[in-house]
Design a protein around this ligand. Structure first.
Ligand code: AMP
Length: 300
């Protein structure tokens, strides 16, 4: 249980097979499930905590992003992390940044189209973490399906010797995908936000029943999305994040919407099981997430 603030210290502490879980903190059970995945197979699990300014396309979003260092440190270690890498801005960006990583095509649609510069920030900071920490395996959440595609492409094309593993989306008992941003939702907004997972589950039922037409799958989802400010519903290829017209390869159905001032994304992955397609609805918590603290643990 050690906090490292420099890449050199982090590398020195990484004995054996090193697993890396990159995060921006304000941890919840989704982050902890990735730490547990790493701890189950790697000798050393490093969790990085860095609120990366270059991946925020909206300065107000960066400003209000929730931060709680001591809380996150204690949670990371109790979930099985051996090293918490918590660099300051000067460790991550030692001089004026003249090099950045642009991932083509995978970023054309969905989040890439809506958030200019976002994936350039993500790909660059993850490349820096891979170069500085030199992990053997890196863990990302399927909750950010396009990000998994972007990071996998980046690691492949830049020849990083890192295996990318993706963990299932962790959800509240009622289906809402965990996100650090959920703390901004009022009780009424939180209720409205449930339309997103309800829409995705309705589409998942259709996929499990054998539907492969993207229009039909997307419509089943869209029909449930009242009461929120919908940006997109998109069926896409898991590897390339290109839109699919027919489900003929591993895919994901993604939704982005704003509820009040909070922008949320969610998706269901669709994987081959034998000769059929099966939706991954993620895992559900039995009780309210730790995000809500004592107040909600007591029941809401
Ligand atoms: P973040 O701190 O939001 O950058 O997320 C750090 C990692 O946790 C990313 O790989 C996310 O995809 C993953 N993650 C975020 N929310 C969830 C969730 N609900 N379930 C599983 N993984 C998640």
């Amino acid at each position: 249980m050690i906090v490292a603030t420099t890449f050199a210290d982090c590398r020195r502490l990484g004995a054996g097979v090193v697993g890396l879980v990159p995060t921006m903190g304000f941890l919840h059970e989704g982050h902890l499930s990735l730490i547990a995945m790493s701890a189950a197979t790697c000798d050393t699990t490093v969790m990085s905590l860095f609120v990366n300014p270059t991946q925020f396309d909206d300065p107000a979003d960066l400003e209000r992003y929730p931060r709680a260092f001591e809380r996150d440190r204690d949670l990371a270690f109790s979930a099985g992390a051996d090293v918490l890498f918590a660099p300051d801005d000067s460790q991550m960006y030692p001089g004026e940044a003249l090099v950045s990583v642009v991932v083509d095509r995978v970023t054309d649609h969905m989040e890439g189209a809506r958030r200019p510069g976002h994936f350039e920030g993500v790909a660059t900071v993850v490349a820096k973490l891979f170069a500085g920490i030199q992990p053997d395996v890196a863990y990302f959440g399927r909750k950010d399906a396009q990000q998994v595609a972007v990071v996998s492409t980046m690691a492949r094309d830049l020849s990083f010797p890192v295996r990318i593993e993706a963990g299932s989306t962790v959800r509240e008992a009622d289906g809402l995908a965990l996100s650090s941003r959920n703390v901004f939702l009022s009780a009424a907004e939180r209720k409205r936000a449930l339309a997103i997972s309800a829409g995705l589950f309705a589409a998942a039922d259709l996929v499990d029943a054998g539907e492969v037409d993207a229009g039909a799958i997307e419509s089943a989802c869209r029909e449930r999305l009242g009461g929120i400010d919908l940006e997109y519903v998109q069926l896409a290829d898991q590897a390339s994040a290109q839109p699919l017209e027919v489900l003929d390869r591993p895919g994901f159905l993604a939704v982005a919407a704003s509820v009040g001032a909070t922008r949320l994304i969610d998706n269901i992955a669709i994987d081959p099981i034998g000769s059929r397609w099966m939706a991954d609805r993620g895992e559900r918590l039995q009780k309210p997430s730790m995000l809500y603290g004592e107040r909600d643990a007591a029941g809401r």
